[in-house]
Design a protein around this ligand. Structure first.
Ligand SMILES: Cc1cc2nc3c(=O)[nH]c(=O)nc-3n(C[C@H](O)[C@H](O)[C@H](O)COP(=O)(O)OP(=O)(O)OC[C@H]3O[C@@H](n4cnc5c(N)ncnc54)[C@H](O)[C@@H]3O)c2cc1C
Length: 346
């Protein structure tokens, strides 16, 4: 079952936690990385999230920063103590921390508000086909409508769109970013009568480690996390299917997709009756994956961008996929544009 650690595993984990040392970190994939450094029980402990799906670079970076303490666990304990002393509530741990956050009314509040504030300066529903250089300016060629010229550009669309836009202006950069994969994800939203579902979904939801051999990646109890997302007498569950682990499952026809989700929710949460509400959202290209070599790719793109000092690439394809990362990187981009400027990738 999820999040469980067997007694023997605990013992092994405790023993390993004392003696894990840090040999040099190899440039391999996450699977090799984990086998080299961690006992399987440690993976299970951290199994609140499927570590095989964590961006390799992210894990390597955070583990490298812990390695200065001599062992993973010692590092985590020291960081937790430091955080407690400084009065921080979110102490570091082996799994992801933080809260799920959104706007009342959903994420579109962000873009709707920006649109309202910026007024006619925003051109909506206009896909850029490609970019060229015209008299020292960047010309945007839209799929429909007139071209426009700008002194500087910030591209914040997905990597595959950036690659398409840059195919003539910067073919080298376009080629590098076009290889960032975006596996498909299907989001299955199910609404249940609160009286029937009882207390089985009291928490924020769950993530399923790959060793559980389930079709679904996890389920968020949206109505618990965001109380305004469902009527009071209902529970809204949002289940994710597909991703890097099993992208083909995101493409199942609706009936097969639903059968699989119902079966997994029954096995995991004991939900064995039909929902009152069903809505399926399909993301053919969902979340960019930072595979082995991502850091090198970023460095190469940064070097290429020196030839395009007024072109900035940002968005979730480069330095963090969470919304928090995207907002942080947007702020950094704005700061660097209003400051010294120069070639960069945020
Ligand atoms: C199913 C799913 C669930 C997620 N859940 C979470 C979560 O719970 N928490 C979390 O932190 N993150 C989550 N994420 C990740 C997070 O939502 C994204 O990483 C983040 O929203 C990406 O923001 P962005 O601005 O980089 O890209 P986007 O929000 O994708 O914006 C890109 C924009 O570029 C535009 N565009 C594309 N092509 C062109 C073109 N040719 N011309 C002009 N415009 C173009 C698009 O229309 C779009 O408006 C989830 C992602 C998915 C897919």
């Amino acid at each position: 079952m999820l999040f469980s650690i067997k007694a023997r595993g605990r013992l092994n984990y405790a023993r390993k936690s004392v003696c894990l040392r840090f040999p040099p970190i190899p440039r391999q994939n996450i699977h090799h990385f984990m086998i080299m450094f961690l006992h399987v029980s440690l993976i299970q402990l951290a199994g609140k999230i499927d570590l095989t799906d964590l961006p390799t670079e992210q894990l390597v970076q955070s583990t490298q920063s812990l390695s200065e303490y001599g062992s993973l666990i010692r590092g985590l304990i020291k960081l937790q103590r430091q955080a407690r002393k400084s009065g921080k509530k979110d102490t570091p741990g082996p799994g992801p921390g933080g809260n799920l956050t959104s706007f009342k009314g959903g994420m579109s509040v962000l873009t709707d508000t920006l649109t309202a504030e910026l007024g006619s300066r925003v051109r909506l529903n206009s896909a850029v086909d490609h970019i060229s250089s015209v008299g020292g300016q960047y010309a945007l060629h839209f799929e429909e409508g007139p071209d426009e010229e700008f002194d500087a550009l910030v591209l914040a669309c997905p990597a595959y769109s950036q690659a398409r836009m840059l195919r003539e202006l910067a073919p080298g950069i376009a080629e590098r970013i076009s290889s960032i994969p975006y596996p498909a994800v299907a989001v299955v939203c199910l609404g249940y009568d609160r009286g029937r579902i009882g207390n089985s979904m009291d928490g924020f939801g769950f993530l399923v480690p790959s060793r559980e051999k389930k079709g679904i990646l996890g389920t968020v109890a949206d109505s618990n996390v965001f109380p305004d997302r469902a009527p009071e007498d209902s529970v809204l569950l949002r289940t994710l299917v597909g991703g890097a682990r099993v992208p083909h499952l995101a493409e199942l026809p609706d009936d097969q997709l639903l059968d699989m989700v119902f079966q997994d929710l029954k096995d995991i949460m004991g939900v064995n009756f039909d929902p009152e509400f069903i809505s399926i959202y399909r993301h053919e290209k969902a979340i960019p994956q930072y595979l082995v070599g991502h850091a090198e790719r970023l460095k190469a793109i940064e070097a290429d961008l020196k030839n395009h000092p007024r072109l900035v690439l940002t968005g979730n394809a480069f330095r963090g996929v969470s919304l928090n990362d995207c907002v942080l990187n947007a702020l950094k981009t704005a700061e660097s544009l209003t400051g010294s400027g120069g070639a960069m990738i945020q």
